[in-house]
Design a protein around this ligand. Structure first.
Ligand code: KIV
Ligand code: ZN
Length: 518
């Protein structure tokens, strides 16, 4: 039996720190559920002190998740640690993850603390955390640029105070694999109590070396790897879960380790994270990119036909990718539809299934061939989970190079049909102007993105729209064979979400004021 590598996923914490990737509670729960069913060992669900929203999300993830350990992040402060414990304590298996910077640069300029003061903070905070929870992870932020002798002292102390996982992050993605691996080797050889803890690696991708650095750390003793789906994360992101897990699976001969990850759920997790955050996966991204298993060159295709091993080092099925196949048509019944959804990993309740089936029939009327990707787009359209105060009814657009484009839009606002005809600089601009006029809103459009879901000119267009108002933002997708209609649906859905968030934040603020007796 090979040694196990524990997978610690931080998509909901470090991943959410990607600029523009904030997720709401419902979205975080969906991601946590997939991570749990993939058998991720530890899910870092958030940074509870950061906001009430983060706190609530961590607490709800704890209630939802059945198997994974749930970690909450905390700085080296008693308040942070208490808040993290408050959020994770009801998990089946809770963990507090606390950290402090240990590099000369961070200690001097960011913390304004001497080495002795940092050691004192470690003693106080790790001991405090250990009194609350029996599973403590301690991280030395900017570990990749820390001085080794000081790092040894910090790690020894953190273990003596009760940390059972020691995480060494390359916070700024600065080290080379050899260099990073050496840190782990030195820590193993120089920290006297290191056998009492699991060593963990956490890497960032600023030089594109995040996964290579994690591999180097594993070779030198790390047994927990921190990573995110699609490599989401601060700046250039973190090491991606799919890369590290598949590397360990494919390179068993040179790396005698295993993970418990159900790799067949990788594509599902990747699509979900991309669809929730609106961060598209680059086509040539390892493992989950659209081209990762595509073979274009004639000699490659010829080789593939003779033996798939000629150009594929793993099967698409092993990561949950089934070749695009025609699955259903206009005459398919509800049973076949629900069975196919189940096969793709979606099991909506009765009402949601009826609604999805109706939308599938509408789509089948417009589009001859329905592929798995079309069904995934339907199933992942989460607009139904919001209170749909505004609904799309119909749209007609005149566009082209002669007349100024004009949109004639009808919507249903709280059961009242409203319509308007309005111009714009293009068909999409005219459509968005119509929505703004009818709803008397004018939020900032921060992202507008169109993707084709499958090939062909009758493919569904999938549009992502992100709207922003002060510190709140919302993002949604819309799909339709007509990309202007898809654009209108995506805009309206993002608008519903933003209105919902705004009213929720007003309610939260007024109840906070009441609690404080203002
Ligand atoms: O990159 C980093 O140093 C981190 C720590 C909080 C673990 O994300
Ligand atoms: Zn990080």
């Amino acid at each position: 039996m090979t040694e196990k590598i524990y997978i610690f996923d931080t998509t909901l914490r470090d991943g959410e720190q990607s600029p523009g990737a904030s997720m709401n509670l419902d979205e975080k729960l969906q991601i946590a559920e997939v991570l749990d069913s993939m058998k991720v060992d530890i899910i870092e669900a958030g940074f509870p002190i950061a906001s009430n929203g983060d706190f609530e999300a961590v607490r709800e993830v704890c209630k939802k998740v059945k198997n994974s350990t749930i970690a909450g992040l905390a700085r080296a402060s008693l308040k942070d640690i208490d808040r993290a414990w408050e959020a994770v304590q009801h998990a089946r298996s809770p963990r507090i993850h606390t950290f402090i910077a240990t590099s000369p640069l961070h200690m001097r300029f960011k913390l304004k603390k001497t080495e002795d003061e940092v050691l004192e903070a470690i003693k106080k905070t790790v001991s405090h955390a250990r009194n609350l929870c029996d599973n403590i992870e301690w991280s030395c932020e900017d570990g990749g640029r820390s001085e080794l002798d000081f790092l040894y002292k910090c790690i020894e102390l953190a273990i003596n105070c009760g940390a059972s996982t020691i995480n060494i992050p390359d916070t700024v993605g600065y080290t080379l694999p050899e260099e990073f691996g050496k840190i782990f080797k030195n820590v193993k050889n120089n920290v006297i109590n290191i056998d009492k803890a699991i060593l963990s690696t956490h890497t960032h991708n600023d030089l594109g070396l995040a996964t290579a650095n994690n591999v180097a750390a594993i070779k030198e003793g790390a047994r927990q790897v921190e990573c995110t789906i699609n490599g989401m994360g601060e700046r250039a992101g973190n090491s991606s879960l799919e890369e590290i897990v598949m590397t360990l699976k494919v390179k068993k001969d040179l790396m005698p380790y295993h993970t418990d990850i159900k790799t067949e759920l990788i594509m599902k997790a990747s699509r979900l994270v991309s669809s929730i955050t609106g961060f598209p996966v680059q086509p040539n991204k390892a493992i989950v990119g659209a081209n990762a298993f595509a073979h274009e060159a004639g000699i490659h295709q010829d080789g593939m036909l003779k033996h798939s091993g000629t150009y594929e080092i793993m099967t698409p099925e092993s990561v949950g990718l089934n070749k695009s196949s025609l699955v259903l048509g206009k005459h398919s019944g509800k049973h076949a539809f629900s069975e196919k959804l189940k096969e793709l990993g979606y099991e909506p309740g009765d009402n949601a299934l009826m609604e999805l089936f109706g939308r599938f029939k509408d789509l089948a009327d417009k589009k001859k061939e329905i592929f798995e990707e079309d069904l995934i787009a339907l199933a992942e359209d989460r607009s139904a989970s919001y209170d749909e105060h505004i609904k799309f009814v119909s749209l007609e657009v005149n566009a082209g190079s002669v007349e100024k484009p004009e949109a004639n839009l009808k919507i249903d606002m709280d059961d009242e049909i409203k319509s308007v005809k309005i111009n714009g600089n293009g068909p999409v601009d005219a459509t968005f102007n119509a929505i703004k006029k009818l709803t008397a809103t004018d939020f900032k459009l921060k992202l507008y993105q169109v993707n084709a879901i499958t090939a062909g000119t009758d493919a569904q267009g999938e549009v992502t729209v992100r709207l922003e108002d002060d510190d709140l933002s919302s993002q949604a997708k819309g799909s339709d064979p007509d990309i202007i209609v898809a654009s209108a649906k995506a805009y309206i859905s993002a608008l519903n979400r933003l209105i919902f968030k705004k009213s929720k934040s007003i309610k939260e603020n007024s109840s906070n004021l009441q609690i404080r007796g203002v």
